[in-house]
Design a protein around this ligand. Structure first.
Ligand SMILES: [Zn+2]
Ligand SMILES: [Zn+2]
Length: 391
């Protein structure tokens, strides 16, 4: 994953190195607030300014300076004030909200480049790699690398058009994230339709590959970004952080309750919601990328398998293998996967792994056919015998 992300930032592994010249932005979009939760604020107190108690008798303020491993972090100050239903509904629709965001982004880029959105592909394409990560409060947020490439071609990775640098790109990304809205139905007639948006806490900053920048606060190095994204993408997909808290249990219970209500009401849009209760209602992929962001993870895995086979071969023959020289060859043979999905599950192929397995399977199939034929003949004989007996 690190190599895949790294190649999309500065080239390598068959991705042309000039891709590093194209404007690149690292963006984080979050979920909105569904209620006040305990937080860490860089040496400041949790929620010192609110006063009094809520209608459930819980204090509205918290003067603690929570430690990094404080189990209270991410837990609501009052569970009854926390809007669990909206949390679950937002999480359920988050993949659609993201899609809406990428559409808004393309529109803004097209406008900035002076072309109609429908003809953006003639001058530029938007490539991205994104990962979803659970925050302590059980809401996911997205980290994404967004890169502006040149016109759509079979090979991809074209030089970016003039007129948009990474800082302008970052501005447009922030604008798109702040403006995107998605209206979704309630789970039943008693549940209101909701207008979903991303949280106000959003970040988009240029990634510099040339290191000539003087502003380290607003920029990130490719290594920082790749390491950061790879870390989250390779967490297992059902790792929702601290899953044993009362807050997480209540989110899961809300998922099941809303699923029940949607089923009873026969409302569309919430099918299989309860299937995702262990994911706190998030049904999206944990790592995805556009087709021409970089090479695919499958390609890297295949090349690694082939390299291992070559190493074994070389060991047997007693000849050295030049892996660096082989890399280009190994990576050249690329199937066009369009989406990268990470988690515990991986489709490694159909059919038989080895010739031995294949032989066994063919033999088993032949035996099964033979058995079926024998059975059929026996049945036929029986039928003939029976009908013979009746006549
Ligand atoms: Zn607190
Ligand atoms: Zn309350």
């Amino acid at each position: 994953m690190f190599h895949l992300i790294r190649a999309g930032i500065s080239g390598g592994k068959t991705v042309p190195e000039q891709v590093a010249e194209n404007p690149l932005v690292f963006a984080t979009v979050t979920a909105p607030s569904f209620g006040t939760v305990h937080t860490r604020r860089n040496g400041r107190r949790c929620h010192p300014t609110s006063r009094g108690r809520c209608e459930h008798g819980e204090p509205r303020s918290c003067h603690a300076m929570h430690a990094e491993d404080d189990p209270q972090l991410g837990q609501p100050l009052c569970g009854d004030c926390y809007d669990y239903a909206s949390h679950v509904v937002w999480q359920w629709w988050a993949p659609d909200l993201w899609r809406r965001f990428t559409i808004a982004l393309r529109r803004l880029f097209a406008h900035a480049l002076g072309v109609p959105a429908t003809r953006l592909g003639e001058v530029a394409t938007v490539q991205y790699a994104k990962v979803a990560e659970y925050q302590l409060r059980g809401a996911i947020h997205f980290h994404a690398l967004v890169r502006l490439d040149g016109p759509k071609t079979a090979g991809g990775f074209e030089p970016a058009p003039d007129g948009l640098d990474a800082d302008q790109l970052a501005l447009l990304i922030r604008e798109a994230a702040a403006s995107v809205r998605l209206t979704v139905p309630g789970v039943d007639v008693d549940d209101p339709a909701r207008v979903l948006a991303f949280g106000r806490q959003l970040d988009a900053r240029a990634v510099r590959t040339d290191r000539r920048t003087d502003d380290p606060d607003r920029t990130l190095s490719p290594e920082q970004v790749a390491a950061y994204l790879a870390k989250y993408a390779t967490k297992s997909a059902d790792d929702t952080g601290a899953t044993d808290t009362a807050h997480h249990a209540r989110i899961r219970a809300t998922v099941r309750a809303l699923d029940d209500r949607a089923k009873r009401a026969g409302h569309d849009g919430y099918e299989l919601l309860s299937k995702w209760s262990h994911m706190l209602g998030f049904r999206g992929h944990f790592a995805t990328k556009s087709r021409r962001y970089s090479i695919t993870l499958g390609t890297i895995r295949r090349s690694r398998r082939r390299a291992q086979a070559l190493l074994a071969q070389a060991k047997e023959d007693g000849t050295p293998v030049d892996l660096a020289a082989l890399e280009a060859d190994l990576l050249a043979d690329d199937d066009d996967e369009t989406t990268l999905v990470l988690g515990r599950w991986e489709f490694v192929g159909a059919g038989w792994h080895t010739d031995g397995e294949r032989t066994l399977a063919l033999a088993a199939a032949a035996r099964a056919r033979e058995y079926a034929r024998e059975k059929a003949q026996q049945n036929k004989a029986k039928t003939q015998h029976n009908s013979g007996g009746r006549s």
